[in-house]
Design a protein around this ligand. Structure first.
Ligand SMILES: [Zn+2]
Ligand SMILES: [Zn+2]
Length: 426
């Protein structure tokens, strides 16, 4: 991937900001495992490294250790049985082992990378991700979701200096992980609409170049829906590239707007309520993709059925909101809503901008049928039951998720319009 070229496109950006990121090398291609030692040595990566993997990801990467040793790396290993949850205990474990290493190599995806990204940030170590599945867009991100005391929150993390993806390995990744990556990508459509709405109504920072970059990457993956679960190196490489690209887009924007909107918060709501009860929350992209199907329906139905809107001050019943959160989450929910984000929204402006919001929905979102077809073709879940969520739990998530962020998304505006979102999801 031409990282330097990508940055050149952002020189003198019309948004007025200077865009940068820390990632220097992204190599995605066939047979890269055997070249990994050489790539790292060529980039001046320190020779004393800690390599973190789990049994599955190490098994999926034959030849990696030999390649590193042949290139003169002194490799210490930390191999987990099966990394499902990214917990603070594991972050601390990696940090302790980093005491006598100068660099960190994470072999895997998802939670495994999450603990390493945070440890590399806290210990300020040179960091490389060797990806084993195109399952989520966190590869190039500089934050990571970490569980502490059964509570998941976003931690500051290191953006890897080097990302390597061998398409031979990525293509062989389990279908469920590839479908998950697809779900995380289609979510960007909703995220882009929400970003526009925040720009229109509360003057939030927005960069047209970054939005266009995300849109292009998303369209490309959307068009490959039929081939996502094939064991095909070209497709796996394209998905991996798009996932890395949206991670870079977040770093360029200095916020997660280009890669996540209300669908990610719905997924987070479901996840928090599950994790707090010790239930496996399912793969990130599977929940996010399912939530995207519901949001797409909600947004398009609102646009179809409402030519104009009448808005008033936000009438949120706070006791009702609090009743839909676990007591452990309440302090955060209260903090994030004092003041609450709709305090910044002028009801008159919302009425005035509604036609532009509708246009934006039609321009950016796929048609409901097309989205459903693509999700099914890509093997991604489209109904809550498929990710262990009941209809009632999903309805709660749709109505109450937005209160766990101080951030503007379309569903957060619906109380101001006197609308129950569940009346628009059918
Ligand atoms: Zn810009
Ligand atoms: Zn995501």
């Amino acid at each position: 991937m031409d990282i330097a070229g990508l940055l050149t496109n952002f020189k003198d950006c019309p948004c007025g900001r200077e865009h940068t990121f820390d990632t220097e090398i992204v190599e995605i291609g066939s047979g890269l495992t055997a070249k990994t030692g050489g790539i790292l040595a060529g980039a001046g990566f320190p020779k004393k490294v800690l390599l973190v993997a789990d049994r599955n990801t190490l098994h999926a990467s034959p030849g990696l250790l030999e390649s590193l040793k042949d290139a003169g790396f002194d490799v210490k290993l930390l191999i987990y049985e099966d990394m499902i949850y990214a917990r603070v205990e594991q972050v601390r474990e990696v940090e302790a082992l980093l005491e006598d290493a100068d660099g960190l190599i994470s072999v895997g995806t998802g939670s495994l990378n999450d603990i390493c990204r945070v440890a590399a940030y806290e210990r300020k170590k040179d960091f490389c991700i060797f990806a084993t599945a195109p399952s989520m867009d966190g590869f190039a991100s500089d934050t990571a979701p970490i569980i502490q005391n059964n509570f998941k929150s976003s931690w500051q993390a290191a953006q890897p200096r080097i990302i390597i993806g061998d398409t031979a390995i990525l293509a062989r990744a389990p279908a469920i992980l590839k479908s998950s990556g697809f779900g995380d990508m289609v979510a960007k459509y909703i995220g882009l609409v929400d970003w526009h709405i925040a720009r229109m109504l509360i003057g939030e920072y927005y960069c047209p170049n970054i939005a266009a970059l995300t849109k292009t990457a998303t369209d490309r993956i959307f068009s490959m829906a039929d081939r996502i679960t094939e064991e095909n190196e070209e497709v796996a490489g394209a998905v991996m590239e798009a996932l890395v690209m949206t991670g870079l887009a977040m770093k360029l924007a200095g916020c997660s707007r280009p890669a996540s909107g209300t669908e990610h918060v719905i997924s987070h709501y479901l996840e928090c309520h599950k994790v707090i009860r010790g239930i496996w929350p399912d793969y990130h992209g599977r929940k996010v993709g399912m939530a995207t199907v519901y949001c797409n329906r909600l947004y398009r139905n609102l646009a179809d059925r409402l030519e104009t809107v009448h808005a008033g001050p936000d009438p949120t019943d706070w006791e009702d909101v609090y009743a839909h959160y676990d007591p452990k989450m309440l302090p955060d929910v209260k903090r994030l809503n004092n003041p609450t984000i709709t305090d910044q929204v002028d009801p008159r402006l919302l009425e005035e901008k509604w036609p532009e919001i509708r246009r934006c929905i039609y321009e950016l979102l796929p048609e409901n049928e097309a989205l459903l077809r693509a999700m099914k073709a890509a093997g991604a879940p489209t109904e809550p039951e498929e990710v262990g969520v009941s209809r009632e739990f999903m309805a709660d998530a749709i109505r109450y998720h937005n209160y766990m962020r101080h951030r503007l998304h379309l569903p957060r505006l619906l109380p101001m319009l006197g609308i129950d979102p569940m009346d628009y999801i059918d």
